[in-house]
Design a protein around this ligand. Structure first.
Ligand code: PLP
Length: 455
């Protein structure tokens, strides 16, 4: 028997439907509000930005939504993704816990993000969209949408957060290799970008600013639609292929998780792995602990307020009720660029409010240390974002050791770090600091919340 066991499903077992957790929520989500009127928005309000099929999925309460055959065909390029038992890591930690991880780094762009990028490109193509605009933080989403756009013949424009544009030139090259155009944000190509540059000429950018630019381009051009890589209900739903496969793979392994862990930026990979398990727990009972892990420098779930807020900095998006640090909050330039967002998916926020999940914040140096421990035992270099899940899994395994209990831990390894080696270089050079969030900045950003009545 090999030390590391891979639980692989045959290709035919790629899920035929996504799972929609809205069908099983004990309390419905708060409505999305129009930024001008404060009234719940309808499909027509979103039509300039998204194709109707995705708007329908955004508000659907059907438990299962069929995955179109052309999307499943593309999924076959890398799905089903493997589930591994991390036996060498268990041994290194000398823990009685069993540690499993689902590995999403096997996709063409190296993360979970193509699971939704391919679906979004497909529906846009079907409805006649001629061009997609989007934002990207670390470059994972931009390269995933660029890949998906190339398969369906859709040009993609990517507004990339400036600090990442400078730190991650190879991500940019990857987007260009797939045929996308990549612009450093804030840019002088949009009103939102120019407004930021006028006030802060040296702005490092943020996801909130880049979203404003990409939304503006879609709103002003009839043939262009906007695509978002996280946060929205339909995006989280597309990611549930991860958890649906994992449910079956855990059965193959003859185990059931006691603890499930995912890192959380906007919440999509966390949702993708955990929602099918949470749904089963809501329908059939159970006492699994589900933990979302975020960076201490951008502690949306653990320090943010649950309130209506804008998704972007220029306040072009609808108002959604979520955990937020305030749309004007710009986190420090930590290396996990994909986790530097001021908000959190409304569904993940809602689940935390209902006590159905937990949240934890981790500092970056501890995360890199955990990522390196993982690499030296399991071989895979985790993306900086994914190291947050690795760190939490190791913490939980060490807790099991201290308590002498052998729990089963499952975490999502959302991507590999091959394009993020500069971050590891900086870590080895002792250049990474643990930024706590800046409380004064946070208080200021929260004082600027739009102030819509909570319910
Ligand atoms: C984008 C990204 C994340 C964070 O986004 P979520 O929507 O919270 O999943 C995490 N890990 C990797 C590898 C990413 O690319």
């Amino acid at each position: 028997m090999s030390d590391t066991i891979k639980y692989l499903l045959p290709e035919e077992r790629i899920p035929k439907a996504w799972y929609n957790i809205a069908a099983d929520l004990p309390k419905p989500l708060a409505p999305v509000l129009h930024p001008g009127t404060g009234q719940p928005i309808g499909p027509d309000d979103l039509a300039p930005l998204f194709p109707m099929a995705l708007i329908g999925q955004e508000v659907s309460t059907e438990r299962e939504i069929e995955i179109p055959e052309p999307v499943r065909d593309v999924y076959k390029l890398w799905r089903p993704s493997p589930l591994y038992r991390a036996r060498r890591l268990e041994k290194a930690l000398d823990t009685p816990a069993k540690i499993y991880y689902k590995y999403e780094g096997v996709s063409p762009s190296g993360s979970h993000k193509p699971n939704t990028a391919v679906a979004q490109a497909f529906y846009n193509k079907e409805e006649g969209t001629k061009r997609l605009s989007t934002e990207t933080g670390a470059g994972q989403w931009g390269s995933s949408l660029a890949f998906a756009g190339s398969l369906f013949g859709l040009p993609v424009e990517v507004y990339m957060v400036k600090i990442s544009y400078n730190q991650k030139p190879y991500r940019r090259a990857l987007m260009e290799a797939y045929g996308a155009r990549c612009v450093a944000s804030p840019s002088d190509e949009t009103e939102s970008g120019r407004a930021i540059l006028a006030e802060h000429p040296d702005s490092n950018g943020s996801l909130g600013i880049a979203i404003s630019e990409a939304v503006e381009v879609a709103a002003k051009n009839d043939d262009t639609k906007y695509s978002l890589g996280s946060v929205l209900n339909h995006v989280l739903m597309h990611q549930t292929v991860i958890g649906i496969e994992a449910l079956e793979q855990m059965e193959m392994a003859g185990d059931q998780p006691d603890i499930i862990i995912g890192c959380a930026g906007g919440g999509s990979n966390f949702a993708g792995l955990t929602f099918p398990f949470i749904g089963r727990q809501l329908r059939q009972g159970g006492n699994m602990r589900i933990i979302a892990v975020e960076p201490a420098a951008c502690p949306t779930l653990t320090m943010g307020t649950f309130a209506y807020d804008f998704g972007d900095t220029a306040h072009l998006t609808p108002l959604v009720k979520m955990h937020t640090l305030g749309s004007t909050f710009v986190p420090d330039g930590i290396h996990a660029g994909g986790l530097r967002y001021h908000g959190m998916s409304p569904i993940v926020s809602h689940l935390l409010e209902l006590g159905l999940i937990e949240a934890s914040a981790q500092h970056q140096t501890g995360c890199f240390e955990a990522g390196i421990k993982f690499a030296r035992n399991e071989g895979i270099i985790p993306a900086p974002e994914s190291t947050h899940a690795v760190k939490q899994a190791i913490d939980e395994a060490l807790k099991c050791k201290a308590e002498g209990v052998g729990k089963t831990i499952l975490f999502n390894l959302s991507g590999h770090g091959h394009f993020d080696m500069q971050a590891y270089t900086d870590y080895f050079a002792g250049k990474l600091e643990d930024h706590a969030h800046n409380q004064a900045d946070l208080d200021k950003a929260l004082s600027q919340l739009p102030g819509v009545a909570a319910e």
